[in-house]
Design a binder for this molecule. Sequence first.
Ligand code: LMR
Length: 400
Amino acid sequence: AWAKLAQAPEDPILGVTVAYNRDPNPVKLNLGVGAYRTDEGKPYVLHVVRRAEAALVGDRSRNKEYLPIVGLAAFNKLSRALAFGADHPAVLSNRIATVQCLSGTGSLRVGAEFMAQHYHTPVIYVPVPTWGNHNKVFPKAGLKLLTYRYYDPATRGLNFAGMIDDLQAAPDGAVILLHACAHNPTGVDPLPEQWDAIRQVIRAKRQLPFFDSAYQGFASGDLDVDAYSLRSFAADGGEMALAQSFAKNMGLYGERVGALSMVCATPEAARLVEGQLKLVIRPMYSSPPLHGAAIVATVLGDEKLFQEWKVELKGMADRIIDMREKLYQALVARGTPGNWTHILKQIGMFTFTGLNKTQVDFMREKYHVYMTGDGRISMAGLSTSTVPRLANAIDDAVRN
Ligand code: LMR
């Protein structure tokens, strides 16, 4: 039945790992997918996660029953509090419907399916560029996908005026996708005062902000600093949506643990929204997996583990910031043509280098350095010992 099927292309991000795994060269370096590595280049399981898992396994009263459709209640409550703050008025007045979903992507997809069915303006605006999967998730769910200007290649910074103009020109009521912090792939975030101006436009036009929060605490090392944007929107009392991922900040990539929160106008609306979200989830995957959510609930719910998590989180963020400094210095030391200060300025896991596709391919062929075709490198995949190799590859690529 499928012999004549078209050959599917590899995913632009996950496909980089596929190509990397096929490369037999021992010095190969994977800077494609955003996944944290230690300075020895190894995947990292957080100590607090190990401790939570040990506690869960040792607890003989636990079982493997199905979770409810909406997931683990304790996880939902704690995730909501982490994002918005435990004493936020919307939290205290039960105006937020939260459902556990399969990490960031699953939360975005469930939210988008819900909006396609139940939101009066099923149109979503995403920044240019944005995380590649956004461009697929939203149309698949039935939302019309449009874009707003965001990144300015000339300044390697935010095109703030272009963004504001495009939001003004977007229809009233449209859904606006916003990266809560550490914009992927550019690492360029609005400043707090720019966020405030963005919020004013979105509220004036009664648009619906839909935050993708994949890096809370991981960008700056501070959970509250990285929540500025979404908390400022939540503080004005308006409606909003939030997709939250624990892949990066708790290192739970493969556990697929995340949450969708819909901030509603009234507790009654939140109750109705939750009911409809259940109708989205049940025919899709019935109910979410237990283990990852139990880990997160254990860490967030225990004051001692929570404090230790913050220390580990800061350690990961600081190592990435250190890699920025080291890579920048290595390029300066080589006299590599161009201005590389954006490596220091960009926020979060990625550097949007400005290297073009030809240069990316050159570095893959000659140096076995793997990155996405748009010139994005995962700083978290870099280590003290591999910085010189990357700097040599970039230097050679830009001189070529
Ligand atoms: C990335 O952008 O590399 C990560 O968010 C992983 C993914 O799923 O693409």
